[in-house]
Design a protein around this ligand. Structure first.
Ligand SMILES: [Ca+2]
Ligand SMILES: [Ca+2]
Length: 489
Protein backbone atom coordinates (compact mmCIF):
# COMPACT_ATOMS: atom_id res chain seq x y z
CA UNK A 1 0.00 0.00 0.00
CA UNK A 2 1.40 3.40 -0.94
CA UNK A 3 2.19 5.89 1.78
CA UNK A 4 -0.23 8.39 0.35
CA UNK A 5 -3.02 5.86 0.28
CA UNK A 6 -2.32 4.94 3.91
CA UNK A 7 -2.62 8.59 4.88
CA UNK A 8 -5.91 8.92 3.05
CA UNK A 9 -7.33 5.85 4.76
CA UNK A 10 -6.09 7.10 8.13
CA UNK A 11 -7.69 10.47 7.50
CA UNK A 12 -10.97 8.91 6.55
CA UNK A 13 -10.95 6.75 9.67
CA UNK A 14 -9.99 9.39 12.21
CA UNK A 15 -11.55 12.65 11.12
CA UNK A 16 -15.13 13.76 11.44
CA UNK A 17 -17.21 14.15 8.29
CA UNK A 18 -16.86 17.90 8.63
CA UNK A 19 -13.12 17.84 8.75
CA UNK A 20 -13.00 15.35 5.92
CA UNK A 21 -14.94 17.80 3.77
CA UNK A 22 -12.14 20.31 4.22
CA UNK A 23 -9.38 17.83 3.50
CA UNK A 24 -7.51 18.57 0.29
CA UNK A 25 -8.56 16.53 -2.69
CA UNK A 26 -6.11 13.68 -3.07
CA UNK A 27 -6.36 12.00 -6.40
CA UNK A 28 -4.19 8.98 -5.82
CA UNK A 29 -7.12 6.82 -4.81
CA UNK A 30 -9.11 7.64 -7.94
CA UNK A 31 -7.47 7.19 -11.29
CA UNK A 32 -8.11 9.82 -13.93
CA UNK A 33 -9.95 8.35 -16.88
CA UNK A 34 -9.74 9.44 -20.49
CA UNK A 35 -12.27 7.64 -22.65
CA UNK A 36 -11.73 8.18 -26.37
CA UNK A 37 -14.62 7.06 -28.57
CA UNK A 38 -13.95 7.38 -32.29
CA UNK A 39 -16.66 7.33 -34.90
CA UNK A 40 -17.06 4.41 -37.34
CA UNK A 41 -13.45 3.29 -37.02
CA UNK A 42 -13.66 -0.34 -38.13
CA UNK A 43 -11.61 -2.89 -36.24
CA UNK A 44 -9.91 -4.02 -39.48
CA UNK A 45 -8.53 -0.53 -39.95
CA UNK A 46 -6.73 -0.47 -36.61
CA UNK A 47 -3.23 -1.67 -37.49
CA UNK A 48 -2.62 -3.09 -33.98
CA UNK A 49 -5.36 -5.66 -34.52
CA UNK A 50 -3.44 -7.10 -37.47
CA UNK A 51 -6.57 -8.05 -39.34
CA UNK A 52 -5.87 -6.44 -42.68
CA UNK A 53 -2.58 -6.28 -44.51
CA UNK A 54 -3.38 -3.06 -46.35
CA UNK A 55 -4.35 -1.27 -43.13
CA UNK A 56 -1.16 -2.45 -41.45
CA UNK A 57 0.94 -1.34 -44.37
CA UNK A 58 -0.72 1.97 -45.19
CA UNK A 59 -2.52 3.46 -42.17
CA UNK A 60 -0.04 5.16 -39.85
CA UNK A 61 -1.06 5.13 -36.18
CA UNK A 62 2.23 5.18 -34.23
CA UNK A 63 0.59 6.50 -31.07
CA UNK A 64 -2.15 3.87 -31.04
CA UNK A 65 0.53 1.27 -31.67
CA UNK A 66 2.36 2.63 -28.61
CA UNK A 67 -0.84 2.62 -26.56
CA UNK A 68 -1.26 -1.02 -27.52
CA UNK A 69 2.34 -1.82 -26.51
CA UNK A 70 1.80 -0.05 -23.20
CA UNK A 71 -1.54 -1.67 -22.50
CA UNK A 72 -4.09 -4.32 -23.40
CA UNK A 73 -5.79 -5.07 -26.66
CA UNK A 74 -9.37 -6.18 -26.00
CA UNK A 75 -10.44 -8.92 -28.37
CA UNK A 76 -14.10 -9.18 -27.33
CA UNK A 77 -15.09 -5.53 -27.03
CA UNK A 78 -18.47 -4.39 -28.28
CA UNK A 79 -19.96 -1.02 -29.07
CA UNK A 80 -23.13 0.13 -27.34
CA UNK A 81 -25.04 -0.60 -30.53
CA UNK A 82 -24.57 -0.84 -34.31
CA UNK A 83 -24.82 2.86 -35.12
CA UNK A 84 -23.92 6.25 -33.59
CA UNK A 85 -27.02 7.43 -31.70
CA UNK A 86 -28.12 4.17 -30.09
CA UNK A 87 -24.50 3.28 -29.31
CA UNK A 88 -23.84 6.60 -27.59
CA UNK A 89 -27.16 6.37 -25.81
CA UNK A 90 -26.06 3.08 -24.27
CA UNK A 91 -22.68 4.54 -23.34
CA UNK A 92 -24.06 7.75 -21.85
CA UNK A 93 -27.16 6.39 -20.12
CA UNK A 94 -25.79 3.04 -18.96
CA UNK A 95 -28.82 1.28 -20.48
CA UNK A 96 -28.35 -1.70 -22.75
CA UNK A 97 -30.03 -1.56 -26.18
CA UNK A 98 -33.17 -3.37 -24.97
CA UNK A 99 -33.74 -0.70 -22.32
CA UNK A 100 -32.33 2.33 -24.12
CA UNK A 101 -34.18 5.49 -25.07
CA UNK A 102 -32.59 5.46 -28.56
CA UNK A 103 -32.78 2.17 -30.45
CA UNK A 104 -32.36 3.60 -33.95
CA UNK A 105 -30.90 6.82 -35.30
CA UNK A 106 -34.06 7.69 -37.13
CA UNK A 107 -36.46 8.62 -34.34
CA UNK A 108 -36.14 10.50 -31.08
CA UNK A 109 -37.64 9.20 -27.84
CA UNK A 110 -40.88 10.71 -26.66
CA UNK A 111 -40.89 13.87 -24.58
CA UNK A 112 -41.84 11.80 -21.52
CA UNK A 113 -38.67 9.77 -21.95
CA UNK A 114 -36.16 12.51 -22.50
CA UNK A 115 -34.34 13.92 -20.65
CA UNK A 116 -34.30 10.85 -18.41
CA UNK A 117 -34.87 10.75 -14.67
CA UNK A 118 -31.80 8.60 -14.07
CA UNK A 119 -28.27 10.06 -13.97
CA UNK A 120 -26.20 10.04 -17.13
CA UNK A 121 -22.51 9.27 -17.53
CA UNK A 122 -21.12 12.72 -16.68
CA UNK A 123 -23.28 12.95 -13.60
CA UNK A 124 -22.30 9.48 -12.43
CA UNK A 125 -18.65 10.47 -12.86
CA UNK A 126 -19.20 13.74 -11.04
CA UNK A 127 -20.99 11.95 -8.19
CA UNK A 128 -18.01 9.62 -7.99
CA UNK A 129 -15.75 12.60 -7.34
CA UNK A 130 -14.54 13.42 -10.84
CA UNK A 131 -14.23 16.72 -12.64
CA UNK A 132 -15.94 15.94 -15.91
CA UNK A 133 -15.52 17.09 -19.49
CA UNK A 134 -16.81 16.03 -22.89
CA UNK A 135 -15.53 16.88 -26.36
CA UNK A 136 -16.84 16.33 -29.86
CA UNK A 137 -19.91 14.30 -30.74
CA UNK A 138 -21.42 14.79 -27.32
CA UNK A 139 -25.01 14.06 -28.31
CA UNK A 140 -26.67 11.11 -26.60
CA UNK A 141 -28.65 10.43 -29.80
CA UNK A 142 -30.41 12.71 -32.25
CA UNK A 143 -30.08 16.48 -31.92
CA UNK A 144 -30.31 18.20 -28.54
CA UNK A 145 -30.81 21.67 -27.19
CA UNK A 146 -27.52 22.68 -25.53
CA UNK A 147 -28.97 22.38 -22.02
CA UNK A 148 -29.57 18.67 -22.61
CA UNK A 149 -25.88 18.17 -23.31
CA UNK A 150 -24.99 19.98 -20.09
CA UNK A 151 -27.54 17.81 -18.29
CA UNK A 152 -25.41 14.76 -19.02
CA UNK A 153 -23.22 15.98 -16.18
CA UNK A 154 -20.33 17.76 -17.84
CA UNK A 155 -18.47 20.45 -15.92
CA UNK A 156 -17.06 21.49 -19.27
CA UNK A 157 -18.06 20.56 -22.81
CA UNK A 158 -17.04 21.52 -26.31
CA UNK A 159 -18.63 20.17 -29.44
CA UNK A 160 -21.88 19.98 -31.34
CA UNK A 161 -25.50 19.32 -30.58
CA UNK A 162 -26.28 16.53 -33.01
CA UNK A 163 -25.05 13.93 -35.40
CA UNK A 164 -25.12 15.99 -38.57
CA UNK A 165 -23.71 19.36 -37.50
CA UNK A 166 -20.75 17.57 -35.92
CA UNK A 167 -19.53 16.15 -39.21
CA UNK A 168 -17.73 19.27 -40.37
CA UNK A 169 -14.06 19.29 -39.41
CA UNK A 170 -13.95 22.97 -40.42
CA UNK A 171 -17.28 24.29 -39.15
CA UNK A 172 -17.33 28.05 -38.58
CA UNK A 173 -18.80 27.66 -35.09
CA UNK A 174 -18.71 25.33 -32.12
CA UNK A 175 -20.63 25.02 -28.86
CA UNK A 176 -18.79 25.52 -25.60
CA UNK A 177 -20.69 24.98 -22.35
CA UNK A 178 -24.00 25.73 -24.00
CA UNK A 179 -22.81 28.81 -25.81
CA UNK A 180 -22.35 29.00 -29.56
CA UNK A 181 -19.00 30.55 -30.43
CA UNK A 182 -17.49 31.51 -33.76
CA UNK A 183 -14.48 29.87 -35.32
CA UNK A 184 -13.62 32.89 -37.46
CA UNK A 185 -10.79 31.26 -39.39
CA UNK A 186 -13.19 28.81 -40.98
CA UNK A 187 -14.67 31.11 -43.58
CA UNK A 188 -16.38 29.79 -46.64
CA UNK A 189 -13.84 31.60 -48.76
CA UNK A 190 -10.91 29.79 -47.21
CA UNK A 191 -12.59 26.45 -47.66
CA UNK A 192 -13.94 27.18 -51.09
CA UNK A 193 -10.56 27.14 -52.73
CA UNK A 194 -9.55 23.93 -51.05
CA UNK A 195 -11.95 21.46 -52.57
CA UNK A 196 -10.09 18.62 -54.17
CA UNK A 197 -12.95 16.46 -55.08
CA UNK A 198 -16.69 16.85 -55.02
CA UNK A 199 -19.67 15.24 -56.52
CA UNK A 200 -22.01 12.35 -56.02
CA UNK A 201 -20.99 9.71 -53.58
CA UNK A 202 -18.21 11.58 -51.86
CA UNK A 203 -20.49 12.63 -49.01
CA UNK A 204 -19.63 16.31 -49.23
CA UNK A 205 -16.35 18.05 -49.75
CA UNK A 206 -13.19 16.02 -49.60
CA UNK A 207 -9.86 17.71 -49.40
CA UNK A 208 -7.70 20.18 -47.54
CA UNK A 209 -8.88 22.75 -45.00
CA UNK A 210 -6.89 25.80 -44.01
CA UNK A 211 -8.62 27.11 -40.94
CA UNK A 212 -9.24 25.67 -37.48
CA UNK A 213 -9.21 21.88 -37.69
CA UNK A 214 -11.78 20.94 -35.07
CA UNK A 215 -10.08 17.64 -34.14
CA UNK A 216 -7.00 19.65 -33.12
CA UNK A 217 -9.13 22.15 -31.24
CA UNK A 218 -10.64 19.34 -29.14
CA UNK A 219 -7.15 18.10 -28.34
CA UNK A 220 -5.91 21.57 -27.37
CA UNK A 221 -8.87 21.98 -25.03
CA UNK A 222 -8.50 18.50 -23.55
CA UNK A 223 -4.89 19.29 -22.65
CA UNK A 224 -5.96 22.64 -21.21
CA UNK A 225 -8.64 20.90 -19.12
CA UNK A 226 -6.12 18.37 -17.80
CA UNK A 227 -3.69 21.13 -16.86
CA UNK A 228 -6.39 23.07 -15.03
CA UNK A 229 -7.59 19.99 -13.18
CA UNK A 230 -4.37 18.09 -12.61
CA UNK A 231 -4.84 18.21 -8.84
CA UNK A 232 -8.27 16.60 -9.02
CA UNK A 233 -9.34 13.32 -10.45
CA UNK A 234 -10.89 13.96 -13.87
CA UNK A 235 -13.00 12.02 -16.32
CA UNK A 236 -12.68 13.06 -19.94
CA UNK A 237 -14.97 11.79 -22.68
CA UNK A 238 -13.45 12.52 -26.07
CA UNK A 239 -16.01 11.67 -28.77
CA UNK A 240 -13.83 12.30 -31.79
CA UNK A 241 -15.67 12.26 -35.12
CA UNK A 242 -12.70 10.69 -36.87
CA UNK A 243 -12.96 9.03 -39.32
CA UNK A 244 -16.66 9.76 -39.89
CA UNK A 245 -17.35 12.19 -42.69
CA UNK A 246 -20.36 12.92 -44.76
CA UNK A 247 -22.75 15.71 -45.52
CA UNK A 248 -22.80 18.57 -44.92
CA UNK A 249 -19.19 18.99 -43.84
CA UNK A 250 -17.52 16.23 -45.77
CA UNK A 251 -13.97 15.22 -45.01
CA UNK A 252 -11.14 17.66 -44.76
CA UNK A 253 -7.71 17.56 -43.21
CA UNK A 254 -4.97 20.17 -42.83
CA UNK A 255 -2.61 18.08 -44.93
CA UNK A 256 -2.59 14.75 -46.75
CA UNK A 257 0.48 13.65 -44.73
CA UNK A 258 2.02 11.98 -47.77
CA UNK A 259 -0.92 9.63 -48.27
CA UNK A 260 -1.14 11.18 -51.74
CA UNK A 261 2.16 9.42 -52.43
CA UNK A 262 0.74 5.99 -51.64
CA UNK A 263 0.08 4.22 -54.88
CA UNK A 264 -3.48 3.20 -55.59
CA UNK A 265 -5.31 5.21 -52.93
CA UNK A 266 -8.29 7.23 -54.12
CA UNK A 267 -8.44 10.87 -53.04
CA UNK A 268 -11.15 9.95 -50.54
CA UNK A 269 -8.93 7.23 -49.11
CA UNK A 270 -5.99 9.63 -48.83
CA UNK A 271 -8.07 12.09 -46.82
CA UNK A 272 -9.61 9.28 -44.81
CA UNK A 273 -6.20 7.86 -43.85
CA UNK A 274 -4.89 11.34 -43.03
CA UNK A 275 -7.86 11.85 -40.70
CA UNK A 276 -6.96 8.70 -38.82
CA UNK A 277 -3.34 9.76 -38.54
CA UNK A 278 -4.39 13.19 -37.30
CA UNK A 279 -6.51 11.55 -34.64
CA UNK A 280 -3.57 9.34 -33.78
CA UNK A 281 -1.54 12.51 -33.21
CA UNK A 282 -4.27 13.69 -30.83
CA UNK A 283 -3.86 10.49 -28.84
CA UNK A 284 -0.09 11.05 -28.78
CA UNK A 285 -0.44 14.67 -27.69
CA UNK A 286 -2.87 13.75 -24.92
CA UNK A 287 -0.58 10.99 -23.65
CA UNK A 288 2.48 13.29 -23.74
CA UNK A 289 0.57 15.88 -21.74
CA UNK A 290 -0.41 13.23 -19.17
CA UNK A 291 3.28 12.37 -18.76
CA UNK A 292 4.37 16.00 -18.57
CA UNK A 293 1.81 16.63 -15.85
CA UNK A 294 3.16 13.66 -13.92
CA UNK A 295 -0.18 11.88 -14.11
CA UNK A 296 0.70 8.83 -16.16
CA UNK A 297 0.79 6.36 -13.25
CA UNK A 298 -2.66 7.48 -12.24
CA UNK A 299 -4.45 7.81 -15.55
CA UNK A 300 -6.35 5.19 -17.50
CA UNK A 301 -6.58 5.80 -21.24
CA UNK A 302 -9.17 3.81 -23.14
CA UNK A 303 -9.50 4.08 -26.90
CA UNK A 304 -12.36 2.55 -28.88
CA UNK A 305 -14.98 3.11 -31.60
CA UNK A 306 -18.74 3.59 -31.45
CA UNK A 307 -19.74 0.95 -34.01
CA UNK A 308 -18.42 -1.25 -36.78
CA UNK A 309 -16.85 -0.21 -40.03
CA UNK A 310 -18.73 2.01 -42.46
CA UNK A 311 -18.55 1.80 -46.20
CA UNK A 312 -21.84 2.98 -47.64
CA UNK A 313 -21.30 6.69 -48.13
CA UNK A 314 -17.52 6.98 -48.08
CA UNK A 315 -16.76 4.94 -51.17
CA UNK A 316 -13.25 4.69 -49.90
CA UNK A 317 -12.88 1.38 -48.20
CA UNK A 318 -12.03 -0.75 -51.19
CA UNK A 319 -8.35 -0.72 -50.37
CA UNK A 320 -8.99 -1.82 -46.77
CA UNK A 321 -10.80 -4.72 -45.17
CA UNK A 322 -12.47 -2.57 -42.53
CA UNK A 323 -14.50 -5.26 -40.76
CA UNK A 324 -11.66 -7.76 -40.46
CA UNK A 325 -12.96 -11.34 -40.34
CA UNK A 326 -16.41 -10.29 -39.13
CA UNK A 327 -19.74 -10.33 -40.92
CA UNK A 328 -21.33 -7.10 -42.16
CA UNK A 329 -20.58 -3.54 -41.03
CA UNK A 330 -22.19 -0.64 -39.15
CA UNK A 331 -26.01 -0.99 -38.88
CA UNK A 332 -25.88 -4.75 -38.44
CA UNK A 333 -26.02 -6.81 -35.26
CA UNK A 334 -23.79 -9.41 -36.83
CA UNK A 335 -20.33 -9.06 -35.34
CA UNK A 336 -19.11 -6.63 -38.01
CA UNK A 337 -21.54 -3.97 -36.85
CA UNK A 338 -20.83 -4.17 -33.13
CA UNK A 339 -17.41 -5.76 -32.51
CA UNK A 340 -15.05 -2.84 -32.05
CA UNK A 341 -11.42 -2.14 -31.28
CA UNK A 342 -10.61 -1.28 -27.68
CA UNK A 343 -7.19 -0.57 -26.27
CA UNK A 344 -6.60 0.38 -22.63
CA UNK A 345 -3.42 1.46 -20.89
CA UNK A 346 -2.71 2.16 -17.22
CA UNK A 347 0.97 2.02 -16.29
CA UNK A 348 1.73 -0.30 -13.41
CA UNK A 349 -1.73 -1.89 -13.53
CA UNK A 350 -2.51 -3.19 -17.00
CA UNK A 351 0.17 -5.54 -18.23
CA UNK A 352 2.01 -4.01 -21.19
CA UNK A 353 1.46 -5.56 -24.60
CA UNK A 354 -1.20 -7.92 -23.29
CA UNK A 355 -4.49 -9.05 -24.75
CA UNK A 356 -7.76 -9.39 -22.91
CA UNK A 357 -10.68 -11.57 -24.00
CA UNK A 358 -13.22 -10.19 -21.53
CA UNK A 359 -16.59 -9.67 -23.19
CA UNK A 360 -17.38 -6.03 -22.55
CA UNK A 361 -19.62 -3.41 -24.15
CA UNK A 362 -19.93 0.34 -23.83
CA UNK A 363 -22.74 -0.18 -21.34
CA UNK A 364 -19.93 -1.08 -18.93
CA UNK A 365 -18.33 2.36 -19.02
CA UNK A 366 -20.75 3.96 -16.55
CA UNK A 367 -20.41 1.30 -13.83
CA UNK A 368 -16.65 1.22 -14.43
CA UNK A 369 -16.37 4.98 -13.84
CA UNK A 370 -18.57 4.77 -10.75
CA UNK A 371 -16.42 1.93 -9.42
CA UNK A 372 -13.20 3.81 -10.21
CA UNK A 373 -14.51 6.65 -8.07
CA UNK A 374 -15.34 4.28 -5.23
CA UNK A 375 -19.11 4.32 -5.72
CA UNK A 376 -21.43 1.35 -5.56
CA UNK A 377 -23.13 0.37 -8.79
CA UNK A 378 -26.84 1.10 -8.90
CA UNK A 379 -29.70 -0.99 -10.25
CA UNK A 380 -30.16 1.64 -12.94
CA UNK A 381 -26.87 0.58 -14.51
CA UNK A 382 -27.18 -2.37 -16.86
CA UNK A 383 -23.47 -3.04 -17.24
CA UNK A 384 -20.65 -4.40 -15.10
CA UNK A 385 -17.55 -2.63 -13.85
CA UNK A 386 -14.39 -3.72 -15.64
CA UNK A 387 -12.18 -2.03 -13.03
CA UNK A 388 -10.81 -5.38 -11.75
CA UNK A 389 -9.55 -6.11 -15.27
CA UNK A 390 -8.13 -2.61 -15.63
CA UNK A 391 -6.43 -2.92 -12.25
CA UNK A 392 -4.75 -6.09 -13.40
CA UNK A 393 -6.87 -8.27 -11.11
CA UNK A 394 -8.62 -10.34 -13.70
CA UNK A 395 -9.42 -13.12 -11.25
CA UNK A 396 -11.69 -10.66 -9.42
CA UNK A 397 -13.56 -9.66 -12.57
CA UNK A 398 -17.34 -10.22 -12.48
CA UNK A 399 -18.47 -11.88 -15.67
CA UNK A 400 -21.93 -11.80 -17.09
CA UNK A 401 -23.78 -14.66 -18.69
CA UNK A 402 -24.53 -12.75 -21.90
CA UNK A 403 -24.85 -9.38 -23.61
CA UNK A 404 -27.91 -8.34 -25.58
CA UNK A 405 -28.55 -5.97 -28.49
CA UNK A 406 -31.56 -4.77 -30.40
CA UNK A 407 -31.66 -2.31 -33.26
CA UNK A 408 -34.30 -1.01 -35.63
CA UNK A 409 -32.67 -0.13 -38.91
CA UNK A 410 -32.47 -2.69 -41.70
CA UNK A 411 -35.22 -4.78 -40.10
CA UNK A 412 -35.93 -5.40 -36.44
CA UNK A 413 -32.66 -6.94 -35.33
CA UNK A 414 -31.72 -8.65 -32.09
CA UNK A 415 -28.58 -10.45 -31.05
CA UNK A 416 -27.13 -12.17 -28.01
CA UNK A 417 -23.52 -13.02 -27.26
CA UNK A 418 -23.25 -15.76 -24.66
CA UNK A 419 -19.79 -17.25 -24.25
CA UNK A 420 -18.88 -18.77 -27.58
CA UNK A 421 -22.46 -18.59 -28.81
CA UNK A 422 -23.93 -15.84 -30.90
CA UNK A 423 -27.62 -15.64 -31.72
CA UNK A 424 -28.97 -13.30 -34.37
CA UNK A 425 -32.52 -12.63 -35.38
CA UNK A 426 -34.05 -10.22 -37.85
CA UNK A 427 -37.78 -9.63 -38.23
CA UNK A 428 -38.84 -9.35 -34.60
CA UNK A 429 -40.50 -12.06 -32.52
CA UNK A 430 -41.38 -14.18 -35.51
CA UNK A 431 -38.03 -13.90 -37.27
CA UNK A 432 -35.90 -17.01 -37.65
CA UNK A 433 -33.23 -17.23 -34.99
CA UNK A 434 -29.75 -17.99 -36.30
CA UNK A 435 -27.07 -19.50 -34.08
CA UNK A 436 -23.30 -19.40 -34.54
CA UNK A 437 -20.38 -20.84 -32.63
CA UNK A 438 -17.88 -17.97 -32.68
CA UNK A 439 -15.07 -20.19 -31.41
CA UNK A 440 -15.16 -22.02 -34.75
CA UNK A 441 -17.01 -19.59 -36.96
CA UNK A 442 -15.94 -16.00 -36.34
CA UNK A 443 -17.50 -14.94 -39.65
CA UNK A 444 -21.00 -16.18 -38.69
CA UNK A 445 -21.28 -18.25 -41.83
CA UNK A 446 -22.72 -21.52 -40.56
CA UNK A 447 -26.07 -21.29 -38.86
CA UNK A 448 -26.24 -24.27 -36.50
CA UNK A 449 -29.54 -23.41 -34.84
CA UNK A 450 -31.11 -26.68 -35.98
CA UNK A 451 -28.47 -28.72 -34.10
CA UNK A 452 -28.89 -26.88 -30.78
CA UNK A 453 -32.58 -26.47 -29.96
CA UNK A 454 -31.87 -25.98 -26.22
CA UNK A 455 -29.47 -23.05 -26.87
CA UNK A 456 -31.94 -21.58 -29.34
CA UNK A 457 -34.67 -21.77 -26.71
CA UNK A 458 -32.43 -20.07 -24.14
CA UNK A 459 -31.51 -17.32 -26.62
CA UNK A 460 -35.19 -16.68 -27.36
CA UNK A 461 -35.90 -16.38 -23.65
CA UNK A 462 -33.05 -13.88 -23.25
CA UNK A 463 -34.34 -11.80 -26.19
CA UNK A 464 -37.80 -11.76 -24.63
CA UNK A 465 -36.52 -10.91 -21.16
CA UNK A 466 -34.13 -8.10 -22.17
CA UNK A 467 -36.46 -6.21 -24.48
CA UNK A 468 -38.38 -3.59 -22.56
CA UNK A 469 -41.45 -2.05 -24.22
CA UNK A 470 -40.93 1.25 -25.99
CA UNK A 471 -43.58 3.43 -27.63
CA UNK A 472 -41.45 3.89 -30.76
CA UNK A 473 -39.97 0.46 -31.17
CA UNK A 474 -41.59 -2.93 -30.94
CA UNK A 475 -40.66 -6.40 -32.09
CA UNK A 476 -44.00 -7.38 -33.56
CA UNK A 477 -43.54 -8.74 -37.03
CA UNK A 478 -45.05 -6.61 -39.77
CA UNK A 479 -47.73 -9.21 -40.50
CA UNK A 480 -48.82 -9.28 -36.88
CA UNK A 481 -48.93 -5.53 -36.41
CA UNK A 482 -50.94 -5.18 -39.64
CA UNK A 483 -53.35 -7.79 -38.32
CA UNK A 484 -53.65 -5.90 -35.03
CA UNK A 485 -54.32 -2.66 -36.85
CA UNK A 486 -57.11 -4.19 -38.94
CA UNK A 487 -58.57 -5.83 -35.84
CA UNK A 488 -58.67 -2.45 -34.19
CA UNK A 489 -60.64 -0.90 -37.04
CA1 LIG B 1 -20.60 6.01 -35.56
CA1 LIG C 1 -13.59 -8.55 -44.02
Amino acid sequence: MSKLFTIVVALALTTSANAADKAPVVNSSKPNIIYINTDDWGIGKVPSYQMDEASQKIIKTPNLDQLRRDGALFTNAYAGNAVCGPSRCTLLTGKHPGNAAWRANSKDPTIEQWPPKYPMLGEVARNAGYKTAAFGKVSVGGHHPPEHITLCGWDYWLGYLGHVDVRDFYANYIWENGEKIDLPKNTKKVLHGTILNKGKGTGGVVGIGKGTFVEDLYTDKIIEFMKENKEKPFFIYFASTVPHGGRPGGMRVPDLLDYDKVEGLTRSEQVYCALMTYHDRSVGRIRSAIKELGLDQNTIVIWTSDNGDESSYYLRTKTFDGNGPFKKVKRSLYEGGIRVPMIAAWPGKIEPNSTCDLITTQVDVMPTVADAGGKELTSEMDGISIMPTLRGERDKQTKREYIYFEFYEGGKQQSVRMGKWKAYRSGGWNGKLELYDLSKDIGEEHDIAAQHPEIVQRMKEIMKKEHSPHPRWNLESKKNSDKKKSNNK
